[in-house]
Design a protein around this ligand. Structure first.
Ligand SMILES: O=C(O)C1=C[C@@H](OP(=O)(O)O)[C@@H](O)[C@H](O)C1
Ligand SMILES: C=C(OP(=O)(O)O)C(=O)O
Length: 423
């Protein structure tokens, strides 16, 4: 086995674990943007420290913002934003969609690029929208990364219509910076439905928590011009990254508790409570956190995951181990994620003997006995997580490039091993 592979541990016994999870990627990167654009210092408490959030911090520092480590927190001191600067978005959707509107507010050129795959992810509507709002962008006609934002120190703002069916982040990015646009923004979506409604709710809630005036309608969002308050942001645990751990309770007939599960949250991972219950889990909340218990058998899932697409890879792995078939729909936009997730999941599940096929907007998965083999991960953190779930029940799953999980959870294999093989 090449040393770049990880042998996913088989569970010899039901897991019985409490897994404390690091902060939410989506909340950390929104808090960083709002802190950078605020009227005074801000603190991000217990941020996620992973590739996606460190890239965001680095991008904002490149524009002049000070982000200092302070114990478990980050202290953010805003500054007049300026170029010339170079920004690396890596493969982070949140950086590639949230940073350009901030760069538009800077005084000077900001050159933005990322991993090869980042150049293929949907970006055109953001470029078109920023131009319509008064910003010059040099993209050599690509409609994609790399491009240079010719920041003029201000953005006029106003009304813009975009097709955000490829990614909700196109809307979130425009809204997060919009209080600082001269006229604010009114974004209208036209096209097939926008995915990831909870992430849009997160954007709106965090903007309001920072003092912005936001109105929402059907496929329409309006942000008034005005100050963004510097404040403390408490980052919740990343509930999407809870999926594989809670799923392990289902696969092994065990128990997993995630502490500090928020009572009221906009994170899409909160939907795991209902989704795993539908598969047969017993789900309960208490002072210890959220607990999922499995019985040892569990059913497949028929679900529209349009709003919670990032849960798909782990749910697909669970589906492959379930006692009945699954249909996961509403997720055509996953073809534009870190990799084409529908194609990648079908290929890798079937390479282990599975029976998965692509639907126009999703996946159909029929459980079959699986065997070991190499599970390719395509620079996709959630493919590593999906492979680990399969490995609980299938001996010999070799996960290629496990380090790619560092996009959102660098400590994943340690947390996983501690759960499956407690000392
Ligand atoms: O705004 C956010 O923080 C996110 C929105 C979603 O993006 P899409 O709407 O592109 O799926 C989600 O999949 C991604 O992991 C995080
Ligand atoms: C789609 C995801 O990430 P990104 O923020 O890069 O879009 C994800 O984390 O599942």
């Amino acid at each position: 086995m090449p040393s770049s592979h990880w042998s996913a541990p088989v569970a010899d016994a039901p897991v019985d674990a409490t897994v404390r999870l690091p902060g939410s990627k989506s909340m950390t990167n929104r808090a960083l943007i709002l802190a950078a654009l605020a009227d005074g210092p801000a603190r991000v408490r217990r941020p996620l420290r992973s590739r996606d959030t460190l890239l965001m911090a680095q991008a904002l520092r490149a524009l002049g913002v000070a982000i200092d480590e302070d114990g478990a927190d980050w202290q953010v001191t805003p500054a007049a934003l300026s170029g010339p600067a170079r920004v690396d978005v890596g493969l982070a959707g949140t950086v590639m969609r949230f940073l350009p509107p901030v760069a538009a507010l800077a005084d000077g050129d900001v050159a933005i690029d990322g991993d090869p795959r980042a150049r293929e992810r949907p970006m055109g509507p953001m470029i078109t929208a920023l131009r319509a709002l008064g910003t010059e962008i040099d993209d050599a006609g690509r409609g994609a990364l790399p491009f240079t934002v010719r920041g003029a120190g201000a953005v006029k703002g106003g009304t813009v219509t975009i097709d955000a069916s490829g990614s909700s982040q196109l809307v979130s990015g425009l809204l997060l910076a919009a209080p600082r646009f001269d006229e604010g923004v009114q974004v209208r979506h036209e096209g097939p439905p926008v995915p990831s409604a909870p992430h849009l709710a997160m954007t709106v809630r965090m903007l309001r928590e920072a003092g912005a005036r936001v109105e929402t309608g059907a496929d329409e969002w309006r942000v008034a011009p005005g100050p963004i308050r510097g404040r403390d942001w408490d980052i919740e645990p990343d509930l999407s990254n809870a999926a594989q751990f809670l799923g392990a309770a289902l696969v092994t007939g065990g128990r997993v508790t995630v502490p500090d599960w928020p009572a009221d949250t906009t994170q899409p991972g909160d939907a795991l409570r209902g989704l795993l219950a539908r598969m047969g889990a017993r789900v309960s909340s208490g002072p210890d956190g959220l607990t999922v218990r499995g019985t040892g058998t569990f059913e497949g899932l028929e679900a529209d995951l349009h709003e919670v697409g990032e849960l798909t890879p782990v749910l697909a792995a669970l589906a492959a181990l379930a006692s009945s078939p699954s249909r996961l729909t509403g997720i055509a936009h996953l073809r534009g994620h870190e990799t084409d997730r529908l194609a990648a999941l079908v290929r890798e599940l079937n390479a282990l003997g599975g029976d998965a096929r692509e639907l126009p907007d999703g996946l159909e998965i029929r459980p079959r006995p699986l065997h070991g083999g190499v599970f390719h991960t395509y620079d996709d953190h959630r493919m590593v997580m999906a492979a680990a779930v399969l490995g609980l029940a299938v001996p010999g799953v070799q996960v290629e490039n496990p380090a790619t999980v560092g996009k959102t959870l660098p400590e994943f294999t340690d947390l996983w091993t501690a759960m499956v093989r407690p000392a």
